[in-house]
Design a protein around this ligand. Structure first.
Ligand code: TTP
Ligand code: MG
Length: 394
């Protein structure tokens, strides 16, 4: 029989805002909002996060900054100091590595640890979690919320239950009692559409799912249906992945004013393609799927994707694909508020593909040379001639 698993999920509390409160004692105990410049209520862009004091005013991540300003004009508004938070994140990950070599960083402030083989020096896995929290508090000066459970998904749910500064353990023998009363939308893969469908089928809590036949769930939701059925029985074999690969690379821009001039929008998209292409090459990736994101005035957001045959990290291929997606998207007379470009379906750039012709190899060399020039003289010093050509074809 498989040994007991002890999976830990750690999620820092109000991460960006807590770092700012740590570094500026005068902000402690006050509503702090990290994100776009509110410009006295006229600002564009969104809230990245806010302190728990600000949450009492109904403010949350991804809320337009203008609305946050309206709800709490007296709050302390701060810009995102991403570099600082990345550095703090690295220090926290180093602490985790003292507890287990099996650490999976999920985002800037979140990680899974598998402590099944290493917790014994603390006697109990729960005790190891207490020490993890203590060390983060003493050495980093921040609070974290921790979930401990036999499966990854349950550990993640548990860490969110008693935020901030929470610690929740779900024991193997209590797993189903813990899961069954919870709303189905806590499950990975259940978004608002799936939730509505499940509700139509009379399934509201995980316990309802457990009573539903596997075949019915699979016919309604395909592979996900199988996963829902397993989850409802506490079956989740997913492992903590030590070397998690980047799943996608994306860049986006919110315009200062909503735009309807198509050539200006396309020019911004071309520049985003260049940024994504740079980041792909920096990470030694190629992508096959390219996604255009458009947010119109009024906040309706659309995405359109194309998967190409040959993996690429060339900006001109990204631009050509995005251009096609943009032309096929009917903006009509509507104004555009935000555009984004995402590269996914990633593979290692070094992977050798059959039938790569000499022309491709030559292009690769040109791109590498352009990268070197950009590194030396700055990113605006040189643009792909072909990127300009594509722009010029309008
Ligand atoms: P979260 O862990 O989702 O949020 P949080 O740490 O601020 O608060 P909580 O106590 O609820 O965990 O995200 C971590 C950081 O990622 C957050 O501090 C800021 C950033 N972030 C954004 O920039 N935009 C977003 O929409 C979200 C959700 C997070
Ligand atoms: Mg967090």
């Amino acid at each position: 029989m498989r040994k007991n698993r002890f999976i830990v999920h750690v999620d820092m509390d109000a991460f960006f805002a807590s770092v700012e409160q740590r570094d500026n004692p005068q902000y402690r105990g006050k509503p702090v909002i990290v994100g776009a410049d509110p410009k006295s209520g006229l600002g564009r862009g969104v809230v990245s996060t806010c302190s728990y004091e600000a949450r009492k005013f109904g403010i949350h991540s991804a809320m337009p900054i203008s609305i946050a300003y309206r709800k709490c004009p007296q709050a302390i508004f701060l810009p995102v100091d991403y570099q600082k938070y990345v550095q703090v994140s690295g220090q926290i990950i180093n602490i985790f590595k003292d507890f287990s070599p099996v650490v999976e960083q999920v985002s800037i402030d979140e990680a899974f640890l598998d402590i099944s083989d290493t917790y014994k020096m603390y006697r109990f896995a729960y005790e190891a979690c207490v020490v993890i929290k203590d060390r983060i508090k003493k050495e980093i000066g921040l609070t974290a919320s921790v979930g401990l459970a036999p499966t990854k998904m349950t550990a993640k749910i548990a860490s969110g239950l008693e935020k901030p500064d929470g610690l929740v353990e779900v024991k193997k023998e209590n797993l189903l009692d813990f899961l069954w009363p919870l709303d189905v939308d806590v499950l990975w893969g259940v978004g608002s559409k799936t939730k509505a469908l499940l509700n139509q089928m009379g399934i509201r809590i995980i316990g309802d799912l457990a009573k539903t036949g596997k075949a019915g769930l699979v016919s309604a939701f395909g592979k996900n249906g199988e996963w829902f059925w397993e989850m409802a029985r506490g079956i989740d074999e997913s492992e903590v992945e030590t070397e998690r690969e980047a799943k996608s690379i994306s860049n986006e821009t919110t315009f200062e004013k909503d735009r309807c001039n198509k050539s200006l929008i396309m020019s911004e998209l071309a520049s985003l393609c260049e940024q994504v292409s740079d980041r792909l090459r920096e990470g030694n990736f190629k992508c096959r799927t390219i996604t255009l994101k458009i947010r119109l005035e009024g906040f309706q957001t659309y995405t359109r994707s194309l998967t190409i045959h040959e993996p690429t990290n060339f900006s001109e291929v990204l631009i050509k694909t995005i251009r096609k997606l943009f032309e096929d998207f009917e903006v009509k007379d509507r104004k555009v508020r935000l555009v984004g470009v995402k590269a996914s379906n990633l593979s290692a750039a070094d992977e050798k593909y059959l039938f790569v012709d000499k022309e491709e190899i030559k292009k690769e060399k040109v791109h590498k040379a352009v990268d070197r020039i950009r590194q030396k003289f700055g990113s605006d010093s040189i643009h792909q001639a072909s990127a300009q050509d594509i722009m010029g074809q309008r």
